[in-house]
Design a binder for this molecule. Structure first.
Ligand code: HEC
Length: 120
């Protein structure tokens, strides 16, 4: 193999290795901008938590996976009182892990709001 051919295929392989994970990573929906032109900070925190801790089971868009669908108003319908939804996240239920020990009360509030207000 000539050196230039080697280089070309080497760089092609690097490109694929770098580009693939980016292309496959699905992202939780962005928090829409508020009236002041900036997104609600609590919802941004909620999105970060959702993306990092919940999306692997409930789907990046909340459409469900290992865990049930949360999007399309599912949690609002299931839990008219957000406190009931928060309790499940804090305490866990069956295959749903508990997050009361690893998320602060403010973080629990933020992720509850994110699922109710943005994943819809
Ligand atoms: C390991 C997978 C897993 C992770 C991670 C996970 N969940 Fe769940 N979740 C589940 C499963 C499974 C259920 C259904 C529990 C049951 O059988 O009652 C569930 C149920 C729920 C419910 C109740 C839904 C309903 O229709 O009653 C909510 C709300 C919820 N999860 C939110 C979250 C949030 C918020 C996070 C992140 C902080 C999270 N989950 C992380 C697996 C997971």
């Amino acid at each position: 193999m000539r050196a230039s051919t080697f280089h070309r295929s080497f760089f092609a392989a690097v490109l694929v290795a770098v580009a693939l994970p980016v292309a496959c990573a699905s992202e939780a929906p962005e928090v829409p901008l508020g009236p002041g032109g900036t997104p609600d900070a609590e919802l941004v925190t909620g999105r970060e938590i959702y993306q990092g801790r919940c999306a692997n089971c409930h789907g990046a868009d909340g459409g469900g996976g290992t865990g049930p669908m949360l999007a399309d108003g599912a949690v609002v319908e299931q839990y008219p009182d957000p406190a009931d939804q928060r309790a499940i996240i804090a305490d866990g239920r069956n295959a749903m892990p508990s997050f009361g020990g690893s998320l602060t009360p403010a973080e629990l509030d933020a992720v509850v709001r994110y699922t109710r207000e943005v994943l819809r």
